[in-house]
Design a binder for this molecule. Structure first.
Ligand SMILES: NC(=O)c1ccc[n+]([C@@H]2O[C@H](COP(=O)([O-])OP(=O)(O)OC[C@H]3O[C@@H](n4cnc5c(N)ncnc54)[C@H](OP(=O)(O)O)[C@@H]3O)[C@@H](O)[C@H]2O)c1
Length: 294
């Protein structure tokens, strides 16, 4: 029988950035956190930063065996008490011109950021149902304001938001709430991964493909990276996640971090053509129809 009186919450992708800040914040505030990591060493390191209850779990969200094992471990400990929260945070951020992205890379983007979230959710729903627990999805403001060359990442987050809307309605009869947290510009470890990703996309492209997009792609990524270097720390997002998990009446969506509100306003108020012009300027893209012969 489970005698642990803490609330139990699983946070995926807890090795760095937003997931790490969320796991530590929740553990510090008295929850028993299951921290999903892909390397045991990351889990061990994480545990040293809190005196709270934090149990690392090996959990690659694309690995069916690891998802089953993680669900068993949590079920054994929580028993009849069930699971109070699931934070679907794990994610990768593939960028690149959609014409040049290898289709298998695009599939991987959706596999991690979308299908993986559903697979983890399905495995944990029996435990969440027992507790009338809550699900928090980490979306992105890129769902509302999508610049060029962020297509693979933004597509996955738009689909995640739509999936969350369906899930929210399907799970309402069971008293399970589903909230999307949409971060803006956050300075996390993800910024440091951009350079290598850009190099990889360009190295896989043909010389003709590079000629079509390289300058504007590099400009946009440089702008994007600078924006995130000056972004908010991940703790602001962790705070929004905690609110979604603990508020008596959580919202269906929280914006979090620098630029989130501003971008949401631009997306809501500016006509699409004006938004396109603004985004084209950010990427210093060639003007409309100036490359028609290419
Ligand atoms: N940073 C931002 O400005 C921003 C804005 C909007 C939304 N977000 C979203 O916030 C979430 C966290 O991003 P972050 O900025 O904190 O980036 P991050 O520091 O790169 O963290 C990403 C986390 O996801 C994990 N991960 C990657 N692939 C995985 C897989 N297949 N299975 C399980 N875990 C996996 C990583 O683990 P490893 O360390 O093992 O790779 C890492 O723990 C993502 O969903 C991201 O899209 C971030």
């Amino acid at each position: 029988m489970n005698t642990c009186t803490r609330l139990h919450i699983l946070v995926t992708g807890a090795s760095s950035g937003i997931g790490r800040a969320t796991a530590l914040r929740l553990a510090d505030h008295g929850q028993h956190v299951y921290a999903g990591v892909r390397k045991l060493a990351d889990g061990a390191a994480l545990s040293t930063f809190t005196s709270g209850e934090l149990t690392p779990l090996l959990l690659d969200v694309t690995d069916a065996g690891q998802i089953t094992d993680a669900a068993h471990t949590i079920a054994e400990h929580t028993g009849d008490a069930g699971l109070a929260g699931l934070v679907n945070n794990a994610g990768i951020g593939l960028v690149g011109p959609l014409e040049l992205i290898p289709v298998e890379e695009f599939r991987r983007q959706l596999e991690v950021n979308l299908t993986g979230q559903l697979a983890v959710t399905q495995a944990l729903l029996p435990m969440l149902r027992r507790r009338r627990g809550r699900i928090v999805m980490i979306g992105s403001i890129g769902n509302r304001f999508t610049p060029p060359f962020i297509g693979p990442l933004a597509t996955s987050k738009s689909a995640l938001t739509t999936m969350s809307t369906a899930l929210r309605q399907e799970l309402a009869p069971f008293g399970i709430r589903v909230t999307v947290v949409e971060p803006g510009s956050i300075h996390s470890e993800a910024v440091g991964k951009l350079d290598a990703d850009v190099r990889q996309v360009l190295s896989l492209a043909t010389p003709e493909g590079r000629a079509l997009y390289e300058d504007a792609f590099r400009n946009l990524v440089a702008f994007f990276a600078a924006l995130h270097q000056k972004g908010s720390p991940p703790d602001g997002v962790a705070e929004a996640v905690e609110r979604a998990l603990t508020a008596a009446r959580p919202r269906t969506c929280y914006l979090a971090g620098k630029n989130a509100r501003r971008m949401a306003l631009v997306a809501a108020l500016l006509p699409a053509a004006a938004q396109d012009a603004l985004r084209r300027r950010l990427a210093r893209q060639p003007a409309w129809a100036t490359m028609v012969d290419q």
